[in-house]
Write a protein that binds this ligand. Structure first.
Ligand code: FES
Ligand code: FES
Length: 147
Protein backbone atom coordinates (compact mmCIF):
# COMPACT_ATOMS: atom_id res chain seq x y z
CA UNK A 1 0.00 0.00 0.00
CA UNK A 2 1.70 3.19 -1.20
CA UNK A 3 5.00 1.35 -0.94
CA UNK A 4 4.42 -0.08 2.54
CA UNK A 5 3.51 -3.70 3.26
CA UNK A 6 0.58 -4.25 5.61
CA UNK A 7 -0.78 -7.46 7.00
CA UNK A 8 -4.22 -7.72 8.54
CA UNK A 9 -6.81 -10.38 9.08
CA UNK A 10 -10.07 -9.12 7.62
CA UNK A 11 -13.60 -10.34 7.18
CA UNK A 12 -13.93 -12.03 3.78
CA UNK A 13 -16.78 -9.66 2.93
CA UNK A 14 -14.83 -6.45 3.65
CA UNK A 15 -14.64 -4.23 0.57
CA UNK A 16 -11.26 -2.85 -0.39
CA UNK A 17 -12.48 0.75 -0.02
CA UNK A 18 -13.55 0.09 3.55
CA UNK A 19 -10.25 -1.61 4.30
CA UNK A 20 -8.43 1.48 3.03
CA UNK A 21 -10.56 3.95 4.94
CA UNK A 22 -11.39 2.12 8.14
CA UNK A 23 -8.45 -0.21 8.73
CA UNK A 24 -5.57 1.81 7.24
CA UNK A 25 -7.22 5.21 7.83
CA UNK A 26 -6.42 6.24 4.23
CA UNK A 27 -9.47 8.45 3.93
CA UNK A 28 -8.29 10.13 0.73
CA UNK A 29 -10.10 7.36 -1.10
CA UNK A 30 -13.72 8.47 -1.17
CA UNK A 31 -16.99 6.57 -1.12
CA UNK A 32 -19.66 7.98 -3.39
CA UNK A 33 -22.14 5.39 -4.57
CA UNK A 34 -20.78 2.06 -3.32
CA UNK A 35 -22.28 0.55 -6.47
CA UNK A 36 -19.39 0.94 -8.94
CA UNK A 37 -20.92 3.91 -10.75
CA UNK A 38 -19.26 7.12 -9.58
CA UNK A 39 -15.52 6.38 -9.52
CA UNK A 40 -14.86 8.30 -6.28
CA UNK A 41 -13.21 5.19 -4.82
CA UNK A 42 -10.77 4.65 -7.70
CA UNK A 43 -7.27 3.46 -6.76
CA UNK A 44 -4.41 1.92 -8.73
CA UNK A 45 -3.99 -1.82 -8.42
CA UNK A 46 -0.62 -2.73 -9.91
CA UNK A 47 -0.81 0.53 -11.93
CA UNK A 48 -4.30 -0.07 -13.34
CA UNK A 49 -7.28 1.85 -12.06
CA UNK A 50 -9.94 -0.09 -10.20
CA UNK A 51 -13.00 0.96 -8.27
CA UNK A 52 -12.20 -0.16 -4.76
CA UNK A 53 -15.89 -0.57 -3.89
CA UNK A 54 -16.09 -3.34 -6.48
CA UNK A 55 -13.51 -5.64 -4.99
CA UNK A 56 -12.91 -7.33 -1.70
CA UNK A 57 -9.92 -6.48 0.43
CA UNK A 58 -8.82 -10.12 0.29
CA UNK A 59 -8.65 -9.92 -3.51
CA UNK A 60 -5.89 -7.34 -3.15
CA UNK A 61 -3.74 -9.72 -1.12
CA UNK A 62 -0.14 -9.53 -2.30
CA UNK A 63 -0.77 -6.77 -4.82
CA UNK A 64 0.48 -3.22 -5.03
CA UNK A 65 -2.06 -0.47 -4.42
CA UNK A 66 -1.66 3.27 -4.83
CA UNK A 67 -4.09 5.75 -3.32
CA UNK A 68 -3.98 9.51 -3.72
CA UNK A 69 -1.78 9.69 -0.63
CA UNK A 70 0.85 7.65 -2.43
CA UNK A 71 1.27 9.83 -5.51
CA UNK A 72 3.56 12.56 -4.20
CA UNK A 73 7.28 11.79 -4.02
CA UNK A 74 9.64 13.43 -1.55
CA UNK A 75 7.06 16.12 -0.84
CA UNK A 76 6.55 16.96 -4.52
CA UNK A 77 3.14 16.49 -6.03
CA UNK A 78 2.70 14.06 -8.88
CA UNK A 79 2.46 15.96 -12.21
CA UNK A 80 -1.22 15.04 -12.41
CA UNK A 81 -1.88 16.61 -9.01
CA UNK A 82 -0.05 19.77 -10.11
CA UNK A 83 -2.05 19.88 -13.34
CA UNK A 84 -5.38 19.59 -11.51
CA UNK A 85 -4.28 22.37 -9.16
CA UNK A 86 -3.10 24.70 -11.92
CA UNK A 87 -6.13 24.14 -14.17
CA UNK A 88 -8.74 24.31 -11.42
CA UNK A 89 -9.69 20.74 -12.21
CA UNK A 90 -11.64 20.53 -8.97
CA UNK A 91 -14.12 22.41 -6.89
CA UNK A 92 -15.47 20.50 -3.88
CA UNK A 93 -12.76 17.88 -4.37
CA UNK A 94 -14.91 14.87 -3.64
CA UNK A 95 -14.33 13.21 -7.00
CA UNK A 96 -10.74 14.41 -7.25
CA UNK A 97 -8.71 11.53 -5.78
CA UNK A 98 -10.51 9.04 -8.02
CA UNK A 99 -10.35 11.37 -11.00
CA UNK A 100 -6.61 11.89 -10.58
CA UNK A 101 -5.87 8.18 -10.20
CA UNK A 102 -8.02 7.29 -13.22
CA UNK A 103 -6.12 9.96 -15.17
CA UNK A 104 -2.74 8.63 -14.04
CA UNK A 105 -3.82 5.17 -15.16
CA UNK A 106 -4.86 6.55 -18.55
CA UNK A 107 -1.46 8.17 -19.15
CA UNK A 108 0.30 4.99 -18.02
CA UNK A 109 -1.49 3.17 -20.82
CA UNK A 110 -1.67 5.97 -23.37
CA UNK A 111 0.79 8.82 -22.78
CA UNK A 112 -0.61 11.01 -25.57
CA UNK A 113 -4.39 10.60 -25.56
CA UNK A 114 -6.76 12.58 -27.73
CA UNK A 115 -9.45 14.64 -26.02
CA UNK A 116 -11.97 11.99 -27.01
CA UNK A 117 -9.83 9.26 -25.48
CA UNK A 118 -9.53 11.26 -22.25
CA UNK A 119 -13.30 11.72 -22.09
CA UNK A 120 -13.92 8.04 -22.81
CA UNK A 121 -11.37 6.96 -20.24
CA UNK A 122 -12.92 9.09 -17.50
CA UNK A 123 -16.52 8.24 -18.28
CA UNK A 124 -16.67 6.03 -15.17
CA UNK A 125 -15.76 8.96 -12.91
CA UNK A 126 -18.49 11.46 -12.11
CA UNK A 127 -17.99 15.06 -11.11
CA UNK A 128 -20.94 17.13 -9.94
CA UNK A 129 -19.08 20.44 -9.84
CA UNK A 130 -16.67 21.21 -12.64
CA UNK A 131 -18.48 20.42 -15.87
CA UNK A 132 -15.39 18.35 -16.75
CA UNK A 133 -13.72 20.95 -19.00
CA UNK A 134 -10.96 21.81 -16.55
CA UNK A 135 -10.45 18.16 -15.74
CA UNK A 136 -9.79 17.48 -19.43
CA UNK A 137 -7.37 20.43 -19.53
CA UNK A 138 -5.59 19.06 -16.47
CA UNK A 139 -5.03 15.69 -18.09
CA UNK A 140 -3.84 17.37 -21.29
CA UNK A 141 -1.32 19.43 -19.30
CA UNK A 142 -0.06 16.36 -17.44
CA UNK A 143 0.36 14.66 -20.82
CA UNK A 144 2.51 17.58 -21.95
CA UNK A 145 -0.05 18.72 -24.53
CA UNK A 146 -0.36 22.25 -23.13
CA UNK A 147 1.89 24.57 -21.16
S1 FES B 1 -17.99 4.49 -4.49
FE1 FES B 1 -17.03 3.11 -5.84
S2 FES B 1 -17.72 3.69 -7.79
FE2 FES B 1 -18.82 5.00 -6.43
S1 FES C 1 -15.08 18.64 -7.78
FE1 FES C 1 -16.97 18.30 -6.72
S2 FES C 1 -17.61 16.37 -7.48
FE2 FES C 1 -15.92 16.86 -8.70
Amino acid sequence: MNGVAYEHEVEPRLLLVHYLREVLNLTGTMVGCNTSNCGACTVLLDDESVKSCTMLAVQADGQSITTVQGLAENGDWHPMQTAFHENHGLQCGYCTPGMILASVSLLNENPDPSEEEIRESLEGNYCRCTGYENIIKSVQQAAGQTS
